[in-house]
Design a protein around this ligand. Structure first.
Ligand code: SAM
Length: 367
């Protein structure tokens, strides 16, 4: 049994399924994607070609997925007294060695209640794998970025995932660390920095961590670079940029955090973010204004078309209905306008853990 398994935010299963349906339209699927609670599965009726599978399981490309895996088994009605034996039977038959094993549950109320079980079963599974000589901890996890930097694959190159929607129901999947989310449940657990002016700061921190790789962060966020933050108050996003020694023009009618202003790296201007124009082009434009997504998409397209910034991270606050269609419409709008203006841009979008009814987008002018 081969099945695409994607974890998503609870309440966004429809969008996750719509995205999978669009990506698998030309593939041999056994029916439409099927939404669980906090995840979606899509079964194949025949093995899709390897290139298609590689693209489907590349977590970075999926907007509404926190993790994207190829499951090789789905066991239901597991005996509650001994779940390990049937799981180990399947793993022994496959004979693949893993460098690690994660036991996970969806990020739903039901899934959260399974956290103690996942922890204890994780220990049992690791023990079972060791006993069966299927664990090779010397094969270490490579992040996607390390791999893109050309580092070698280790001996045991994949991580085992045991994903439990309920405690007697498990999907088994193997993930390549170069293309899968590097955090259990696909959730980066970030600590709120006490000095940051707002919790929104975690959104930009997660965006930088998720949408850029370490090499890109180093190259594209250098001390002395310039940024404009549209809808900046009280300054959580500006704080992330200042922390990296960028000089920021914060645009907002609301007040900015006093301690942040003392950094000397922030100029606050009380203007309408839709009318503001930078005096000189800047390296970054970030935008967290609560506005209709199409208005934000138009604004971003304008910034790039007119050459006012090289890179941008912005939020698209999604409507209550047709959220997938609206997402596609906004991304197409940006692409279309910029193609018309002779600008070649790259877009990466993700619904982040710290996002709510929104997605976060990175846009960059290619050379
Ligand atoms: N990113 C901020 C942070 O991390 O602290 C939080 C931004 S808050 C979600 C949205 C902000 O956008 C508000 O401070 C609001 O005043 C501002 N805003 C909304 N519409 C605006 C506009 N047209 N021009 C400038 N600021 C605007």
């Amino acid at each position: 049994m081969d099945c695409l398994l994607r974890y998503c935010r609870a309440g966004f299963e429809t969008e996750c399924a719509e995205e999978i349906a669009a990506e698998t339209a030309a593939l041999p699927t056994a029916g439409a994607p099927c939404a669980g609670s906090g995840f979606v599965e899509c079964r194949f009726s025949a093995a899709p070609d390897p290139a298609a599978l590689t693209a489907l399981t590349d977590w970075a490309r999926a907007i509404f997925a926190r993790q994207s895996l190829l499951a090789f088994a789905h066991l239901q009605s597991l005996p509650r007294t001994d779940r390990l034996t049937p799981i180990m039977a399947i793993l022994a038959e496959r004979g693949e060695r893993y460098f690690d094993a994660w036991v996970e549950a969806p990020e739903t109320d039901e899934g959260k209640a399974l956290a103690p079980f996942c922890k204890s079963f994780g220990n049992a599974l690791i023990g079972g794998l060791k006993k069966a000589r299927l664990l090779d901890p010397t094969g270490r996890s490579l992040s996607a970025s390390e791999a893109r930097d050309g580092r070698e694959r280790p001996a045991a190159s994949r991580r085992l995932h045991a994903f439990f929607p309920q405690s007697d129901n498990v999907y088994l999947a193997a993930a390549d660390p170069r293309s899968s989310a590097p955090w259990p449940q696909g959730i980066p657990r970030l600590k709120f920095p006490r000095e940051a002016p707002s919790r929104s700061t975690l959104k930009l921190e997660e965006a930088l961590l998720t949408l850029l790789d370490p090499g890109e962060r180093e190259r594209w966020l250098k001390p002395g670079m310039t940024a404009v933050d549209l809808g900046a108050a009280p300054g959580g996003w500006t704080w992330q940029l200042v922390r990296r020694s960028l000089r920021v023009t914060a645009v907002d009618n609301g007040p900015m955090d006093a301690a942040l202003m003392q950094s000397g790296l922030v100029a606050h201007t009380r203007e309408d973010g839709f009318r503001f124009r930078p005096k000189k082009p800047v390296d970054w434009m970030v935008c967290d204004m609560v506005e209709q997504p199409r208005r934000i998409a138009e604004l971003v397209a304008r910034w790039f078309a007119d050459g006012w910034c090289r890179q941008s991270i912005f939020n698209l606050k999604l409507p209550m209905k047709k959220r997938y269609a609206e997402t596609m419409l906004c991304l197409d709008l940006i692409r279309g306008k910029l193609a018309g203006a002779g600008r070649d841009v790259e877009l990466r979008a993700k619904q982040l853990y710290h996002d709510r009814e929104e997605i976060t987008v990175f846009c960059r002018l290619r050379k």
